[in-house]
Design a protein around this ligand. Structure first.
Ligand code: 3BY
Ligand code: FES
Ligand code: FE
Length: 421
């Protein structure tokens, strides 16, 4: 027998790594590289929390559907015949095939391509060819997934019992979103970028502007002082900070006048549905994410009376962020593919009546965030490479990286909860 020790779940390196996580520092390497951690992230985070996956505007009419993969899961989001949003597992109740393989489509029924089992937009099995007379279709409806739209943003939850605080968070962020009428907006563009890094590196990178000098296009309008406090703004950023303070004072006046909620709410790691929301000034013309800060689209979302609105920034744990400017909105959904591969899905929304070439030039509309996403993807790939070296060890966060710390705190809390169960 010797001294062979059976490795139990109680003594696994995963448990040790989660237990000994040191606050104020980046996570240890295996969190980003290990297959077991990846499986735990799916189980403890992506299969439990509300995950941002789509926008209402992608599925405006009955029968419109879009599919999204969340780790090993695949989910169909569909507008049913009564115009309600529904979500189902994209797994056929016959022999399990993926039902839809195309990302997006429109059809009265959801038909499995294997043997043509046919489901309604309510998930009910309507037709199964050549089954015996006593075959009970009622037993083979699609498995449902919780789905909810918040101000035009679509979230799904794979858990039987979703986190209870989502309704409260939704009620607090909806007043910020509703004036922009995202629900009835038009999708001007959607891009899928596969990044060579763990999903947490994609999120962490989004949660700080310590690296923002790598974003010259974005920094035309995005104030580089984001994440700094009055006390720790670096000397080099002081002139930008002075401009920010002036623009911020003006924006507050505009928000008050228009009755737009703007106060910062930041509850990133104190609850299951961690979030941060704020309306904030932009530099130059202050209207949009463009080279000169002027609107990229002539029509304004929600027909708001002025284009100079800065931006509404929303960050949600675990997988999304959003920017809404007067003329468009951009949504970002982070979806894990493998320990070292992540999908970033970005969607640009404009006024429903905005016409390409007449009201906006598509290349101009998507320019800044396309460049920013690509720059971030290179940083993420680089981080993944460095972290994969055996010599990597967690390093200290700077004060301006407090939201990265909050993300990791939130994440570690979810893992600890899951490992206790
Ligand atoms: O998307 C954000 O929230 C920004 C962009 C640059 C860094 N990050 C904080
Ligand atoms: Fe879908 Fe057979 S697996 S119809
Ligand atoms: Fe960035």
């Amino acid at each position: 027998m010797g001294d062979t020790k059976v490795k139990t779940a109680e003594t696994s390196p995963i448990r040790d790594l989660v237990a000994r996580r040191r606050a104020g520092r980046s996570l240890e390497g295996p969190f980003y590289t290990d297959r077991e951690f990846f499986a735990l992230d799916i189980a403890a985070v992506f299969a439990r929390q509300w995950i941002f996956v789509a926008v209402d505007a992608e599925v405006p009419e009955p029968g419109d559907h879009t599919t999204v993969d969340i780790g090993p899961y695949s989910v169909i989001v569909v507008r049913d015949d009564e115009e309600n949003l529904r979500a189902f597992h994209n797994v056929c109740r016959h022999r399990g095939s993926r039902i839809l393989t195309e990302g997006r489509g429109a059809s009265g029924n959801l038909v499995c391509g294997y043997h043509k089992w046919t489901y309604g937009t309510d998930g009910a099995l309507r037709y199964a060819p050549s089954q015996p007379a006593d075959f009970d279709r009622g037993c083979f409806g699609l498995k449902t997934v919780h789905v909810r739209s918040v101000g035009g943003l679509v979230f799904v939850c794979l858990a039987d019992e979703p986190p209870a605080d989502f309704a409260e968070v939704a009620a607090r962020i909806e007043p910020y979103l509703l004036p922009h009428r995202l629900r009835g907006a038009k999708v001007a563009a959607r891009t899928d970028l596969v990044e060579d890094g763990n999903w947490k590196l994609v999120m962490e990178n989004n949660r700080e502007c310590y690296h923002c000098d790598g974003h010259p296009e974005l920094l035309r309008t995005f104030f580089p002082t984001y994440g700094y406090t009055e006390e720790n703004v670096p000397t080099a950023l002081r002139p930008a900070h002075e401009r920010y303070l002036r623009a911020d004072a003006e924006m507050r006046g505009t928000y008050e006048r228009l009755g737009l909620p703007y106060a910062l709410i930041e509850e990133l790691d104190s609850r299951a549905t961690g979030f941060r929301i704020q309306r904030d000034a932009l530099d130059l013309a202050g209207e949009s994410f463009t080279t000169d800060g002027r609107a990229a689209c002539h029509r304004r979302l929600g027909d708001l009376p002025t284009p100079r609105l800065g931006h509404l920034a929303l960050h949600l744990q675990p997988n999304s962020w959003f920017h809404v400017v007067g003329d468009h909105a951009i949504t970002f959904s982070v979806l894990p593919l493998a320990p070292d591969r992540t999908l970033l899905r970005t969607t640009w929304l404009v006024h429903p009546d905005a016409t390409e070439d007449e009201d906006y030039d598509l290349a101009t509309l998507v320019k800044i965030w396309t460049a920013t996403n690509e720059q971030d993807a290179r940083l993420v790939a680089r981080a993944q490479q460095g972290i994969s070296s055996p010599v990597y060890e967690p390093g200290p966060y700077a004060p301006t990286e407090y939201q990265v710390e909050a993300f990791c705190n939130w994440y570690i809390t979810r893992l600890r909860e899951a490992l206790r169960r």
